[in-house]
Design a protein around this ligand. Structure first.
Ligand SMILES: Nc1ncnc2c1ncn2[C@@H]1O[C@H](COP(=O)(O)OP(=O)(O)O)[C@@H](O)[C@H]1O
Ligand SMILES: [Mg+2]
Length: 341
């Protein structure tokens, strides 16, 4: 069969619900953290997922790794490399997670064992999934440290996580994630815990690895600045719903959804008229209690009208899609002026 490679990751109608104690402790209520999210990643692509804290980004990433099957109700499909994993058993998922999908976390210590030397942790998946001997896994671990930009990899290999800086720890986390040469890497806020100067280096490393290893990267971040600099395409989430998606350059230069526009105004406050600013809600975004019956952004939207309260707007528009009944016209696209002109 002659066909293009299947997407490395494809989510279709992914919905995730958690149970939480009901109001005043009565019964159980369900909280919909992700509502019918769809996205796909092709080989060599960097796709971003962006939205404020509480938008469902991590839940989406964890569900894509099959990590929420016991903790939540998950529906829709997760396909990895063209294989539908929706009905896969736990051992099948474990094999995939170890070798085909790598994960990088916000806090590298989540993935690292504090009482294990660096080399041994990188070697572990190599031994388990690649059947390498202890000696060759150790050699490969040192090579991987060099590949993620660690100088003196031999010396660092013998160190323990607490002896490393945050940036080095994240490099070790990345070395662990790419050891088995996965086709897909999911990085959830990989730079959020790091100093600004180190953030850029880690992002540069991730993008370089995509080019060098031909993998696909799903980059999750609350920071649209990070996403704008790093990704090819972007999915914007708010309260579990995908509100806009498209080529990052287009979405950033001509955002169609008022929420995306608000996120952008928070990042680039210099050259934009701030007529519709997004007022940040202190604390977290309120999650949906079930299927949305209105636009999830209606309560914060400056352009809200009666029609926004009658149902969830459909995600329309093909390559640059937006779920809004009154999307913002492409000002940046039409004017041709501005700072990129
Ligand atoms: N294990 C869980 N149990 C109950 N609720 C959860 C759980 N994980 C996440 N949530 C809720 O789901 C919503 C989305 O959270 P999350 O995916 O962490 O958002 P983000 O990563 O965008 O900040 C939040 O309201 C959060 O409280
Ligand atoms: Mg998160």
């Amino acid at each position: 069969m002659v066909e293009a490679d299947p997407p490395t990751l494809r989510l279709r109608g992914l919905t995730v619900e958690f149970d939480r104690p009901g109001h005043l402790g009565a019964g159980v209520e369900s909280l919909r953290a992700v509502h019918e999210a769809s996205l796909q990643l092709r080989k060599g692509e960097v796709v971003g997922v962006v939205g404020e804290s509480g938008s469902g980004k991590s839940t989406l990433g964890l569900a894509a790794m099959g990590l929420l099957r016991a903790a939540a109700r998950v529906s829709g499909t997760v396909e990895i490399g063209g294989v539908d994993m929706s009905a896969a058993s736990e051992p099948m998922w474990r094999r995939r997670r170890g070798s085909d999908v790598g994960m990088v976390f916000q806090e590298p210590m989540t993935a690292l064992n504090p009482v294990m030397a660096v080399w041994a942790q990188i070697a572990e998946p190599l031994r388990e999934h690649r059947g390498m001997s202890r000696a060759s896994a150790r050699r490969r671990a040192v090579e991987l440290l060099a590949e993620v930009g660690i100088r003196e990899p031999e010396r660092v290999a013998r160190m323990y996580p607490h002896q490393l800086s945050g940036g080095m720890r994240q490099r070790v986390g990345i070395a662990m994630a790419i050891g088995c040469e996965p086709a897909l890497l999911i990085a959830d806020e990989p730079t959020t815990a790091l100093d600004v100067s180190v953030q850029a280096q880690i992002l540069e490393l991730l993008v370089a690895l995509v080019g060098r290893m031909g993998l696909s990267l799903l980059l999750i971040s609350h920071n649209l600045g990070v996403i704008a600099e790093t990704t090819d395409r972007v999915v914007v989430m708010y309260r579990g719903c995908v509100v806009e998606s498209g080529a990052t350059r287009e979405v950033v230069s001509a955002p169609a959804h008022p929420y995306t526009r608000g996120l952008l105004d928070c990042v680039l406050s210099l050259d934009r008229p701030r007529d519709e600013p997004l007022h940040p809600i202190p604390g977290s975004v309120t999650p949906l209690a079930g299927a949305p019956r209105a636009c999830p952004f209606a309560e914060r939207c400056a352009r809200v009208g009666d029609v926004c309260l009658t149902g969830l707007p459909e995600l329309r528009g093909g390559a640059h899609a937006c779920a809004c009944v009154d999307p913002i016209a492409g000002r940046a696209r039409a004017s041709g002026g501005g700072r990129h002109g």
